[in-house]
Structures are given as structure tokens and as C-alpha cells.
Design a protein around this ligand. Structure first.
Ligand code: GLU
Length: 309
């Protein structure tokens, strides 16, 4: 087995030097200010040992990576009832597509495209004040990452609120079909804020550990979800975690993963490791370009693909 510390060091060095860095998201103005030269990686193995490289302790906007955790929370609240509001099929469409929603009568394809994640957030919000729902999500992240210092970047949340016309359209459209229960402004407020949670690669990899270990946090033995649920969340990450780049990610990396337009990716090597990478420049599908390249190298060299060595 190759030496993981050595592999991470080599990958980090190569990523720091590459000139193909993708394009930083600018439809949320605050994200456009992030330096595309950043690159960070954190891998936490089954024993809990952390291997890190580059800017692994710099907080970044987790954006859609938060959708893995809101899905986990919503499944805990509603169980399989959740699947009445949102499907489980890859969309084959961009993350913010409206077209499919019209054809499918307001029911989003999966919980990881924007429409689906907004419907999931709405479910978490029901019966709560927006502030309470948001506190619940943030505390869940802090608990999983074992770090109470994790916060929401209010500037990013405000920036997205100011410019989130497309998400507002999606939410109103779903509301017209009865898929959204709460006032659209409340649901979107919670959604924009959980997307604006700022975390480091190290914190994110720690938070994802339960998905790599049958629903349990190995360090504490604490069960976050059942093994069956962890397996199913991983399945949705594999098939839907990278929007219309999900097939390419499975082909190249071969792990369940979820990306965000902040340039982060959480990837899960079941039984082996939880991995977070961050490189802010995105590819055409809105996924981190060098994040994907780094993960491809890591899984190939470690033989971690779920599809075989
Ligand atoms: N907050 C972003 C949006 O709704 C999340 C998109 C992403 O990270 O892919 O547009």
C-alpha cells in the first residue's frame, strides 16, 4: 500500500503548481473574491489519523456540500416521507436548472440540485422559526466536525440573497405545486445561510467520517445514522453529487462525493477514509476542477475506487 502521507504531499505540491485552475464562481459576488491559487486537502483514515496538505486549515464556503448534511438531518426528521417531495435520480442538468422542474410538476429530481436542496431545507424548517432551523443545522455541523468554532459567513449569505434570483424562481415554482410549505423567503433564508457555512478541509473531512464508517463516528462510537442510511446517502452522492458532471466524477474518481461552488468536495472511501479537498476554480459543470484532479490521483494511487483497483 502506498504511503498516504507521501501521496498527499506529492498531490499538494503538484496542485500548487498547476496553471489549469478553472474559474471561480462569480454569480455569488462574494465568492468571486476568493483566490484561485488556494488548494487544500485533508484525509482522515479509519483510525482517525489526519493527513493534510496545502491550505487544509483555511475556511471556505462549503455551499452545496452542506446539502449532504441537510439531507441527513431531514431524513432523520421525516424518514422515507422525504422521498414524496424529492426524487433520487441524477438530473443530467445544471445545478440550477428550471426546465426539468416544469416537466416534472415541481418535484425536483434529487436532493442535491438546488431545487431539491431547497425542498429539503423547507422540510427542516417546518414547525420552527428560521433561526432555530439554522441553529439546528449549524450545531449538527459543529457536532460532526467536533469543532464548536464553525460559523456562517454572513457576507456570503447576504451576497447570495441579493443575487439569488434563480433560486427564488425555483422556490416560487415549487411553492405553486405545494412542494414548499413555508413562506418562500424563510426557506430561502435558511438555504442561503446553510450554503454559507465556512469550514476547513480538516473540519469537513472530520464531519464526513460517519458516511465512511457505516453511520458511526469511529472516534466516539456515536451512531449518527443507521448503516443502511449511510449507504443510501453515499449512493445518492455517487449518482447525483456533481450535477451533470456526476458520471464523469464516478468515471474518474470512483467515490461518492459532493461538490459545492465554493470549490470544496467531500468524498467518501467506505471503510477507508473521509476526504475533503478545496480548490476554488470550477469546471464548466460548476465542480472544482483541481479538486477533482486531486481526488482522481488520490483514489488511483491508493486503490480506493469503489469500483475496484
Ligand atoms: N448556494 C449555491 C446556490 O444555490 C449552491 C450551489 C452549489 O454549491 O453548487 O446557487
Amino acid at each position: 500500500m502506498p504511503d498516504l502521507a507521501h501521496v498527499i504531499r506529492e498531490i499538494s505540491e503538484e496542485m500548487a503548481q498547476r496553471s489549469d485552475r478553472g474559474t471561480v464562481a462569480d454569480y455569488i459576488p462574494e465568492l468571486a473574491r476568493v483566490d484561485p491559487k488556494n488548494f487544500g486537502i485533508a484525509v482522515i483514515d479509519a483510525e482517525g489519523q489526519a493527513f493534510t496538505g496545502g491550505d487544509s486549515d483555511t475556511p471556505f464556503s462549503i455551499q452545496s456540500v452542506s446539502k449532504v448534511f441537510t439531507l441527513t438531518l431531514a431524513l432523520g426528521m421525516a424518514g422515507d416521507r422525504l422521498w414524496k417531495r424529492v426524487g433520487r435520480e441524477p438530473s443530467g442538468n445544471p445545478f440550477n436548472s428550471i426546465v426539468q422542474l416544469e416537466r416534472e410538476r415541481g418535484v425536483p429530481r434529487n436532493p442535491f440540485i438546488n431545487a431539491g436542496a431547497i425542498a429539503v431545507t423547507d422540510l427542516i424548517l417546518s414547525g420552527h422559526e428560521p433561526r432555530e432551523a439554522l441553529g439546528e443545522i449549524l450545531r449538527f455541523m459543529q457536532f460532526l466536525a467536533q469543532d464548536a468554532s464553525i460559523t456562517i459567513d454572513e457576507r456570503v449569505a447576504a451576497s447570495e440573497k441579493r443575487t439569488g434570483f434563480r433560486n427564488t424562481a425555483l422556490a416560487n415554482y415549487m411553492k405553486s405545486f405545494g412542494v414548499i410549505d413555508n413562506p418562500v423567503d424563510y426557506t430561502l433564508g435558511v438555504y442561503f445561510h446553510h450554503c454559507a457555512i465556512a469550514m476547513t478541509c480538516r473540519q469537513l473531512a472530520t464531519a464526513g467520517r460517519f458516511l465512511a464508517h457505516n453511520g458511526r463516528i469511529p472516534a466516539t462510537g456515536h451512531s449518527v445514522v443507521s448503516a443502511e442510511r449511510a449507504r443510501r446517502i453515499n449512493a445518492i452522492m455517487l449518482t447525483c453529487g456533481h450535477y451533470d458532471g456526476s458520471g464523469e466524477f464516478a468515471y474518474r474518481v470512483g467515490l461518492p462525493g459532493k461538490s459545492g461552488v465554493g470549490g470544496g468536495i467531500l468524498a467518501v472511501a467506505p471503510g477507508k477514509a473521509s476526504i475533503a479537498v478545496w480548490a476554488p476554480g470550477l469546471d464548466a459543470a460548476g465542480n472544482s476542477h483541481l479538486g477533482r484532479v486531486a481526488l482522481e490521483q488520490l483514489t488511483q494511487r491508493m486503490g480506493w475506487s469503489v469500483f475496484g483497483a
